[in-house]
Design a protein around this ligand. Structure first.
Ligand code: G3I
Length: 602
């Protein structure tokens, strides 16, 4: 039977509920499908929830892996120094072993759930190392041979991609991470030892930092076997920052270090009440993540952070993350009926076995179509003799005239005869076609100058802080000065420069955001016009991060975006380069086009 969940009407919803229930009765469970795939589908479970019969039934029948949600954490097992309490952990181990489930231990070392005695204690480095060793030897040793995987260290990298300053880090130093893995290996040489973190699933600054850290550990012989990608997502993330291509690339680079990868805490949240459209996109997200993991030989498990929507940390008002009492982030609803996301995961597993799908979520919508770089550019030509540089090649290359000097004053008089490029295409087109941008670029001997002439009937600014600059009217220029147009991460010399329309208010510090943007030392002027606004910006040719030489036909990676908002949030996204079809330039500079210098005196 094929269950469709597009465009559900209420009547159809009733039929759908019946159909999905009977499909679950007839079709193999996730657990059966995963086992046939030699794969693990797991769920986190808190012992208290096992008293709910539906919870236990679904957990045992649908999952072949189990993670203790809290029972293995330090505050639970060693609430007082040297007084260990394994009561609930043992109950979970009994459940797992009775039901023949593989266990992922989570987690030995974390800045959260730290017992007060340790948090407030006054310990020397040697004492702290002894405490770390005793804790790990006792916990891992107790379950030696029974826990296949351990999250040894959790969330040691902070949101600025630096080693997090935790109690362990302060007492011992950064090598507490190495030591934790060494002690865990000593306690159970056969357990596979993982580093686990959030926000590092796709290719981004944090996953780069984690990649660097684990690759260094591997090269020094520290006994690390894998990386856990937590996967606390929001509906739609798999169409955006954690696209299958992006997730796949991160998994592969970790795998190539000799590490195993698992998705360890998957859930997909949403705002408000879950509508059919939300549940449909959530299903697609679950499908995309599971399918990407399954098809990648280095990825061996997908674990959801809970079983059903009745018990999820996202509904726990004890926690600081409590945002939406109606959130339904998991595979089963509050009554343990399977949701569209359940069938989507089933379909990813079925597809890998060559079985027909039970829903129409597969195949994944192609979100990042790959467009190959145009290498052979046409002969440069000028459609108008007065132009200072040749016509650009649409979405591929822009010829930047030099030397041309510009004054940053919001006037376009000094931009006469500089070719403009219209940007009116992108993944989010404006309603009523009322927003677009013309850009131009020139250089003199000291600066590269950008001009954006934005047409926008409603210039919106002031609703967002500069940290969320891209959510309201703003212009983005990107540069890759490294000489490697295929670079796919933000190394030094690659910048995203986001200039907010909010600069119209002439704030003391210019409202400029974007990846590595501080490296660019941007100066910008924004002025309002009758039809929208103008941005003029300059970046020095020589900085600590780069040395740009505007020689005839020299080229740089270059990109331009326009963000438009009509009030609440960004609702327009226009993109120049043809290589970026899914708004990925912010994390993948290989999607930029080219800027080619053109000497006006040659
Ligand atoms: O059960 C007690 C309750 O008896 C008591 O009255 C109440 C008062 O604080 O606390 C309750 O326990 C809380 C427990 O969740 C269940 O509600 C703990 O305080 C609270 O700290 C605990 O939160 C857990 C959180 O980690 C911190 O340990 C969540 O359940 C758990 O889902 C969450 O899991 C983390 C992963 O370990 C790491 N990655 C992120 C993930 C989500 O935050």
């Amino acid at each position: 039977m094929r269950v469709r969940f597009r465009f559900l009407s209420s009547l159809f919803l009733l039929i759908f509920s019946w159909a999905t229930l009977s499909a679950q009765d007839q079709e193999p469970t996730l657990r059966e499908l995963a086992t046939q795939n030699d794969f693990h589908i797991g769920a986190a479970v808190y012992t208290y929830h096992l008293t709910n019969a539906d919870h236990s039934r679904v957990l045992a029948s649908e999952f072949n892996m189990l993670t203790p949600e809290n029972e293995a954490k330090m505050c639970e097992v060693q609430p007082q120094q040297d007084r260990f309490d394994f009561t609930r952990f043992d109950q979970l181990m009994d459940f797992a072993e009775t039901n023949d489930m593989v266990v992922r231990g989570h987690t030995l070392v974390w800045h959260n759930c730290m017992p007060a005695w340790l948090q407030n204690g006054d310990f020397t480095r040697d004492e702290a190392i002894q405490i770390l060793r005793d804790h790990i030897m006792t916990v891992v040793g107790r379950y030696q041979g029974r826990i296949a995987y351990w999250d040894v260290v959790n969330e040691a990298i902070d949101d600025n991609s630096q080693i997090r300053e935790t109690v362990w880090q302060q007492l011992i130093g950064d090598d507490y991470i190495d030591l934790a893995f060494q002690f865990a290996h000593e306690a159970d040489p056969n357990a596979l030892l993982f580093y686990n973190d959030y926000g590092a699933e796709g290719m981004n600054q944090k996953s780069n930092a984690i990649y660097d850290m684990v690759s260094d550990m591997v090269s020094r012989g520290i006994p690390i076997n894998g990386v856990g990608l937590q996967g606390h997502f929001t509906v739609g993330d798999s169409n955006n920052w954690v696209s299958p291509a992006n997730l796949g690339r991160n998994i592969t680079r970790l795998g190539e270090l000799g590490l195993e990868v698992q998705i360890t805490e998957l859930d997909v949240r949403h705002a408000g009440v879950a509508t059919d459209a939300i549940l449909e996109q959530q299903a697609r997200d679950y499908y995309n993540i599971t399918q990407t993991c399954l098809e990648n030989p280095y990825c061996t498990a997908v674990v959801t952070w809970g079983v059903g929507d009745r018990f999820t940390w996202l509904r726990d008002s004890n926690l600081g993350f409590f945002e939406n009492p109606d959130v339904e982030p998991l595979l089963f609803d509050v009554d343990y009926a399977p949701k569209p996301a359940y069938y989507a995961v089933a379909d990813a597993l079925r597809e890998a076995l060559g079985l027909d799908p039970v829903s129409d979520v597969a195949p994944a919508e192609e979100t990042t179509e790959t467009v190959s770089r145009v290498v052979d550019l046409p002969e440069p030509t000028k459609s108008d003799d007065a132009q200072l540089a040749p016509d650009s090649v649409d979405g591929v290359a822009y010829y930047a005239a030099f030397p041309v000097s510009i004054t940053l004053d919001g006037s376009t008089d000094d931009w006469a005869n500089v070719p403009r490029v219209t940007v009116n295409q992108g993944p989010q087109l404006p309603e009523n076609n009322d927003t677009s941008m013309k850009f131009a670029v020139v250089a003199d001997t000291e600066y590269l100058y950008f001009l954006a002439e934005v047409t926008d009937s409603n210039v919106v600014y002031g609703n967002y802080d500069v940290s969320e600059w891209y959510r309201e009217d703003s212009v983005e220029f990107y540069l890759n000065t490294t000489g490697d147009l295929d670079a796919s991460t933000y190394e030094d010399g690659i910048v995203q420069i986001g200039i907010m329309a909010g600069n119209l208010t002439q704030p003391e510090t210019p409202l400029i955001g974007g990846g590595n943007s501080a490296q660019a030392q941007v100066n910008a002027v924004v002025v309002q016009t009758e039809t929208g606004y103008i941005v003029e910006a300059a970046v020095p040719l020589q900085t600590d991060a780069w040395s740009i030489e505007p020689a005839h036909l020299n080229s740089l990676g270059f990109q331009a975006h326009l963000n438009g908002s009509s009030g609440e949030d960004r609702d327009t996204k226009l993109i120049w380069s043809i290589y970026d079809t899914a708004d990925q330039s912010w994390q993948d500079p290989s999607l930029f086009g080219e800027l080619i210098f053109w000497n006006i005196n040659q």
